[in-house]
Each structure stands twice: as structure tokens, then as C-alpha cells.
Design a protein around this ligand. Structure first.
Ligand code: SF4
Length: 371
């Protein structure tokens, strides 16, 4: 449907319109005014380039703003256009992503860039369904791109926006929230409006202890005025798994042995120190022995040099680190194409897991203690 030259959101969303709030235009105005005065100065807010906005929105899924900023800047310096990303080797893309986590996002960006070059001459299409068809682009990212990059009145509902809307109108359930967001989004400044809603959730309407006296919507808010609940509208807690994941630094002639993970599953395709989750009642050493069984030589002199903590998706990992210094005269060949002896100084050219980077920092500290 086209009204005044602006394409409206799909009818399937409008079907569920449940909001009959008399103050919608006042809420829009207040939120936009607050956003204009309070928005954080972030690098992706200084550009109108849909490609740069797509990269930022993809990085911001699952990752905090402060972490994303340096990655975003490095990524755009290296791959300034869709075309540059489409031509880049996947290994280089993953290496730049290294440490940001959820590596499937980087693979999908690369896949999508190739599609954009083939089908859209290297541009992002200004069409919701075409965006949604790209790998890694879901409802949120398509809505964010339509509103922020193309100024079309589509909602973009992340966890922060979901929480604000839930409290503001006392709503739960995805259909009602989506309907409310579609009704509420500003027709004239949809990108600023959506970013304002998310910014309000990130800085004022926080999950715990929202700062309601500072909120521009406090007079309209059901939760604040006693008509609703201070619902967090957080997704159902799925549980956290505590795991022990020992790692081995196998070192010979100043090089260390890395292996590449399988092309699917967690940390897919990244290079890492050998090791893995302990299953059953095995000890860390027994677990490492299993992971190192493909090596020809016998690795005996292991040394526990430290440990660290790490989070991967829902796993809270404790990772003890063992050093295996291999004597120069020991025969030890590379077990297969997915294993490689690497000099620590050349690590930056490899997509390496964050756990392995942490482990190698512990190794460097351990070595310094002997200087
Ligand atoms: S008044 Fe409080 S609960 Fe309501 S939207 Fe603002 S910060 Fe959130």
C-alpha cells in the first residue's frame, strides 16, 4: 500500500493492530525530541550509507555498542563497499571479526554481499522482502535498514524497544508488540524514531531499575502510572551451562600448533588451540590426550600454566591451560590439513577464536615471568 508516496508496512502486521492510544502523535514527538537532545554520537549515526548501516546493525546483534565501535571502524576501513566485501577471502573477513563472537554473522555478511553484487549491482535493495531474503537478515535488521537507511516507516524491534513498548502500553506477546510498533513508528522520521526507542531502552528504560523520572514518556506510560506491570519482556531464560574446556599449547621451535574447527557448529571454521569441553568425568589431562591423539609423537611433559573464564553463547567456560613443549629432536608431524604450526607473530592473519587469544595472552605472561 502506498500513502503519500510512502510504502506502509505489510498488511499482515496491520491486521493485528490493537492500539487505540489517543496520544500516539504526542509520544512520537516527545521521543524524537528526547532523541535529538540525548542521542549518543556513534559512527554509524554519522552516515546515510545503507551498506555501513547494515554492517553496524549486524554487528550490534548480540554485541554491546562499546565493543562494536572499533570492529565497525576496522571493518569499513578494510571493506568500504559491498563489492570489496564480496571479493574478500572469507578467511580475511573472519580474521577481522575475530573476538566479536557469533561468527555466523560474518559468514552471512559475506554470502549476502555476493548476492547483492550479482542481483543488485552491489547496492542494498530498498525493499523489505528483498532484504529479508538475504542471508542473516531477519525482521529486525530488515526493519532497521528500511527505516534508518531508506527512511521508510517500518518498525525495528530489538530487546530494548520491546521492553519500552511492553511497559509503555502494558503489552506482552510478539504480535501485539509488533502491531504497536507499526502503529507508533514516525512516518516522517522513522529511522530516528526507531533508534530513539532503542536508545531509550538502552539508557533509561533499562531491564532493572528504569530511571522513570528522566523518561520523556513517563506521563504516557502504563507501567509508571500504575496501569501496567514493569514487565521486562525478556525472552525466556534458556539456562546457562557451566563447562570445563582445557586447552593445550603445543610448542616447537617457537611455533604453536593450531587446528581449524569444523565448518558448522559453534566457532565454525575458526583456528584454535587443541582442546574441548570435558565430557563425563574425565580429567582435563585425559580430555587433552584425546584431542591430541592425532599427533604422531608422544606428548608427555605437560605443565599447567594458568586458566581463564570465558562465555560462548549459553556456556560459561572455565579453561585450564597446559603447555606441551616438544623437544626439537622429537618427530612430530602435522596430523592433517586442518592443523598448522603457526608463529605467534603471524596470528593476526588467521581467524582465531577469542578463547585462543586469551590463552596466548596467558602464555605470554607466563613466559615474561622467566625474564
Ligand atoms: S516511564 Fe519508566 S517504565 Fe515507562 S517507558 Fe519510561 S522508563 Fe520505561
Amino acid at each position: 500500500m502506498v500513502k503519500g508516496g510512502v510504502k506502509t508496512p505489510p498488511a499482515k502486521w496491520l491486521r493485528f493492530r490493537l492500539m487505540r492510544h489517543k496520544n500516539l502523535s504526542s509520544i512520537r514527538r516527545k521521543l524524537l525530541r528526547w532523541y535529538d537532545q540525548n542521542r549518543r554520537d556513534l559512527p554509524w549515526r554519522r552516515t546515510g550509507d545503507p551498506y555501513a548501516i547494515w554492517i553496524a546493525e549486524t554487528m550490534l546483534q548480540q554485541t554491546q555498542v562499546a565493543t562494536v565501535v572499533p570492529y565497525y571502524e576496522r571493518f569499513l576501513d578494510t571493506f568500504p563497499t559491498v563489492d570489496a566485501l564480496a571479493r574478500a577471502p572469507l578467511k580475511k573477513v573472519l580474521a577481522l571479526w575475530s573476538g566479536l563472537g557469533y561468527y555466523r554473522r560474518a559468514r552471512n555478511l559475506k554470502l549476502a554481499a555476493r548476492i547483492l553484487v550479482r542481483r543488485y549491482a552491489g547496492h542494498l535493495p530498498a525493499n523489505y522482502d528483498d532484504l529479508l531474503a538475504l542471508p542473516g537478515v531477519g525482521d529486525y535488521t530488515a526493519g532497521a535498514l528500511m527505516s534508518i537507511a531508506f527512511q521508510k516507516p517500518y518498525p525495528a524491534i530489538d530487546g530494548n524497544a520491546r521492553r519500552v513498548l511492553g511497559r509503555l502500553f502494558n503489552l506482552t506477546g510478539e504480535k501485539k508488540l509488533r502491531s504497536a510498533a507499526a502503529d507508533l513508528v514516525s512516518r516522517s522520521r522513522p529511522g530516528h524514531f526507531n533508534q530513539g526507542l532503542m536508545e531509550l531502552g538502552a539508557t533509561i528504560c533499562t531491564p532493572k531499575n528504569p530511571r522513570c523520572p528522566k523518561c520523556p514518556l513517563r506521563r504516557d506510560c502504563a507501567a509508571q502510572n500504575g496501569d501496567g506491570r514493569m514487565a521486562t519482556t525478556a525472552k525466556k531464560y534458556t539456562g546457562v551451562k557451566a563447562v570445563t574446556w582445557p586447552l593445550a599449547v603445543v610448542r616447537r621451535r617457537g611455533k604453536i600448533l593450531l587446528r581449524r574447527r569444523a565448518a558448522d557448529g559453534i566457532l565454525a571454521g575458526l583456528w584454535e588451540l587443541p582442546g574441548g569441553e570435558i565430557r563425563g568425568h574425565k580429567s582435563a589431562r585425559a580430555c587433552l590426550k584425546r584431542h591430541l591423539r592425532e599427533l604422531d609423537g608422544t606428548l608427555k611433559s605437560d605443565l599447567h600454566i594458568g586458566e581463564f573464564r570465558h562465555s560462548i553463547t549459553n556456556r560459561r567456560v572455565r579453561s585450564p591451560l597446559y603447555l606441551f613443549d616438544v623437544r626439537i629432536d622429537t618427530e612430530l608431524s602435522r596430523p592433517g590439513p586442518n592443523w598448522r604450526w603457526i608463529s605467534p607473530s603471524s596470528l593476526d592473519g588467521y581467524p582465531v577464536s577469542s578463547m585462543t587469544r586469551k590463552a596466548l595472552r596467558i602464555l605470554a605472561t607466563y613466559e615474561k615471568s622467566f625474564l
